[in-house]
Ligand binder design. Structure first.
Ligand SMILES: NC(=O)c1ccc[n+]([C@@H]2O[C@H](COP(=O)([O-])OP(=O)(O)OC[C@H]3O[C@@H](n4cnc5c(N)ncnc54)[C@H](OP(=O)(O)O)[C@@H]3O)[C@@H](O)[C@H]2O)c1
Length: 311
């Protein structure tokens, strides 16, 4: 794919699984700069990308977030949801006031926190079925090529989906990205906490009667909470999550991986967000509260960024 002059320079913040994969792919269409945690990093990273059994190499320009030249006009945020706000704030005045930001975070809550804290930025969010994992600081596996849906949260009007497509990725612009985030949330609130608590693969949720019963209880509560919050779907959370668990039967959910590795999870933006909606709308969600407390007890405390913004 030839690089064109159509696209402005793109900064990618966060050199984890998603950040490395996206930075490497977008290089096919635009100039990309990788931003890492503050510090003095070598000026370029020689990255190995594995995809469909083939390994390619690319060189990425990189900076610590405290040394990147200003101004940053187009930025893709690829940290975990729990780090999103702090990572953006660490860039300080390097980000142009009216910058175009694309938020790649899973779950809900961190996106609204960013919108509140950067009122002049033009912000879009993505919901993606792409899958990547980093095997070393300079190696990433692009495990699943999926679809990335992108939509504006405020005045975001940059054609992010066009850029992704130009770089050979499947992407589309959607009207209501909050609906798509909620659609993914209702799957995540069933699969992630249960696989993390029981140390099981996604597919096992469907094979074990006691886990299926937990999925049913979580699904009924999620349906009631999201309906009260104004979200309408064509099927139940249980149906949707079961289809995903079946098609990803051999996957270990990101929450299971985080709990196993003793890392902070994205629980606050998944179950925590649903519980916040439940509280706001007066809908009981005792099963979600129970799994939230049990996972919280298993993992280090997350940094808080709760917002009062309603979806
Ligand atoms: N990976 C996937 O397949 C996938 C799929 C769909 C959605 N997502 C979502 O995408 C987001 C990123 O996921 P991920 O898998 O890429 O997570 P990850 O591998 O943990 O990467 C996050 C990266 O952010 C960096 N970071 C954190 N705080 C930072 C800061 N202040 N400044 C600069 N960098 C900072 C981390 O640095 P350190 O390495 O130093 O900790 C880490 O490299 C999550 O919300 C996830 O749910 C991921």
């Amino acid at each position: 794919m030839a690089k064109t002059n159509q696209w402005p320079g793109i900064h990618v913040l966060g050199a984890g699984s998603m950040g490395l994969m996206i930075a490497a792919r977008l290089q096919a269409a635009a100039s990309v700069v990788l931003l890492r945690r503050p510090g003095n990093w070598p000026a370029s990273l020689q990255l190995q990308v594995q995809r469909n059994g083939a390994t390619t190499r690319c060189r990425l320009t990189q900076y610590g977030s405290d040394t990147a030249p200003a101004p940053i006009s187009h930025l893709i945020l690829c940290t975990k949801s729990i780090d999103a706000l702090a990572a953006l704030e660490s860039l300080d005045s390097r980000v142009a006031d009216d910058a175009q930001l694309l938020l790649m975070q899973n779950g809900m809550g961190s996106q609204e926190a960013v919108v509140q804290h950067f009122p002049r930025a033009r912000i879009a969010a993505a919901s993606t079925t792409e899958g990547a994992y980093r095997t070393a600081p300079d190696r990433v596996v692009h495990a699943a090529c999926g679809l990335t849906r992108i939509g504006s949260l405020n005045r975001g009007d940059f054609d992010w989906a066009g850029l992704f497509r130009d770089a050979g990725m499947e992407a589309g612009t959607v009207e209501d990205i909050r609906w798509h985030l909620a659609d993914k949330l209702r799957v995540n609130v069933l699969i992630n906490p249960l696989t993390a608590l029981h140390g099981c693969l996604n597919g096992e949720l469907l094979d074990r009667a006691e886990l299926l019963a937990d999925m049913q209880a979580l699904g009924q509560e999620a349906d009631a909470v999201l309906a009260a919050a104004g979200f309408r779907f064509g099927n139940t959370a249980l149906e949707q999550a079961s289809a995903v668990a079946r098609s990803t039967a051999n996957n270990r959910s990101s929450m299971l991986q985080d709990v196993t590795a003793g890392r902070r999870t994205e629980l606050d933006d998944i179950t925590g967000f649903l519980l916040e909606l439940a509280r706001r709308h007066g809908v009981p969600a005792p099963t979600h509260q129970a799994v939230y407390s049990r996972i919280q007890a298993l993992t280090p405390a997350p940094a808080h960024h709760r917002t009062d913004a309603a979806p």
